[in-house]
Design a protein around this ligand. Sequence first.
Ligand SMILES: Cc1ncc(COP(=O)(O)O)c(C=O)c1O
Length: 380
Amino acid sequence: MVKQNPFVLEQFMDAHETGIEYNLGETCCSSLSIKELEILCGEPFPLHEIVEQKLAYTWIKGSDRLRDLVAGSYQGIGREDVVITNGAIGANFLTLYALVGPGDHVIVVDPAYEQLSSVPKMFGAEVSLLKLSADENYIPNVDKLDQLSQKNTKMIVINNPNNPTGSLIPTETMNAIVEIARKTDAYVLSDEVYRPLFHSIPDSDIPPSIVEIYDKGISTGSMSKAYALAGIRLGWVVSKSREAIEECLSRRDFNTISVSCVDDIIACYALKHKKSILKRNYELLLTNLQILQKFLDETKGQITCVLPKAGTTAFIRAETTASSMDFSLELIKKYNTLIVPGETFGYPGYFRIGFGNTKEDLVHGLENFKTLLKEKPKNT
Ligand SMILES: Cc1ncc(COP(=O)(O)O)c(C=O)c1O
């Protein structure tokens, strides 16, 4: 196994998130308690299910009820196509652990969640990065993808909607990616953890999940972002590929056995009421997007941004006298405000703003960002 570098983003978050007053580092829609969930869903939480449940390993692949509910979010997917995991991070890891290794070539979009390129490297695969550019609205360039593809390309990894840019791959580009994958019979792993937070496109432009257009497509997702329940650590791998699902189930015996049956019960309750939760989160994102837009208007000379189409993050480029890392550390120290510096994605000069947290976090956090920006004006 190749030695793996630390996960820079997660280490930065761990070091600074606890106790921060204004958190723009957060990428989940503002997290919910069971009490808040109950009010939102309008049905008492079935506490008896947890109290009476024997705390055994219980449902090894995830309960049938939960896998049915997850399958219900995708067209043409059944319970047998779903494997329950510890969050989307567990889902991505399991998929890569199950399917890639020495001799395989993997193409990964960049910027994206670092796990997606780091883990295949650790398992001995050769990794090529498909650079996304602001000039192309951070949409993968399919000609470049085609050029990167080689005989042994085993997997193409996309992150859709994308963290950190909030970009969304349109349907026609997804179809083109699938065509390139077919040439080498490659899997397409699509980290869809921010699905279905499509806040800035008409419904007619909502792209399909990868599993709805490709039989070797694999979608990973979780309860963390759109459902605001990261604390239950519950996610999934979905695929119509029998080989992918069988390999994931087989590998999973080595690192999961089962997820917590308590988490499974909470996830079932939430997914049963997903409409109410998603409504709350769309409203939150739409309100927060207006605040973000105002901030971008006010800082126009110093900040540029491709407006996010989906998800909870925006990737801004700021011209200041400080590096993004130094700026972020000063923002934490002086203004109790957390923002993620672009260096954690390998993009100095950029910052990731999470705008799914509370309105208060965003209003005060951006105000503090603006104040520090004035103290560190653009180099002239
Ligand atoms: C793109 C992406 N994938 C996976 C994860 C991990 O999510 P989870 O909390 O479901 O493990 C994150 C968390 O930030 C993410 O942004």
